[in-house]
Design a protein. Structure first.
Length: 173
């Protein structure tokens, strides 16, 4: 079973893993995908709240609450409505190194631990390697940690595949 899952993930060109946080309060989520679109296109897609519902599983809303005049940071609110559990509201501040790196940290909401980054690396031929990492806690403490990690990994794979699809669509526009 595990070999089939690994092969399916490898065949999709998406890598994702989730491991327990050493202090036990969160999980470490890592993902990577290569996208045949330039970094500027990928950057714009990642930052586009209008596309969030198509890229991240169960996103109900995404909105920018505040931003720096020079575009170096913003504060966003995202509401996710997974099936069978209550909605989750997250407010996070992101700092931007344009077309290369986004760092983020939750500042309010239901997720108490949330900090990570997106890294974009230009590839030969005009594509982009996207690497994602996030240290995040579950807003559902009653759900076993193993189930939560499995759900986070599945969400990461779906989100990176959707990101790739949105980027290819944006590059063709």
């Amino acid at each position: 079973m595990w070999a089939a899952l690994f092969m399916a993930v490898a065949a999709s060109g998406v890598f994702a893993e989730v491991s327990p946080d050493p202090d036990g309060t969160a999980g470490i989520v890592r993902g990577r995908v290569d996208i045949e679109a330039p970094p500027a296109v990928v950057w714009n897609v990642i930052l586009d709240c209008k596309r969030a519902r198509r890229m991240a599983p169960n996103v109900q809303s995404c909105k920018v609450l505040d931003r720096a005049a020079d575009g170096s940071w913003d504060v966003r609110e995202m509401v996710v409505a997974p099936p069978l559990v209550p909605k989750v509201r997250s407010v996070f501040r992101s700092s931007y190194e344009p077309v290369r790196r986004i760092t983020f940290k939750c500042t309010a909401g239901d997720v108490k631990v949330c900090e990570g980054e997106w890294r974009l690396t230009a590839l030969p031929g005009g594509g982009t390697r996207v690497a994602y990492s996030n240290r995040a806690s579950s807003p559902y403490p009653a759900i076993p940690a193993g189930w939560t990690r499995d759900a986070m990994k599945n969400d990461m794979v779906r989100a990176l595949k959707a990101l790739r699809k949105e980027c290819l669509t944006a590059a063709a526009e």
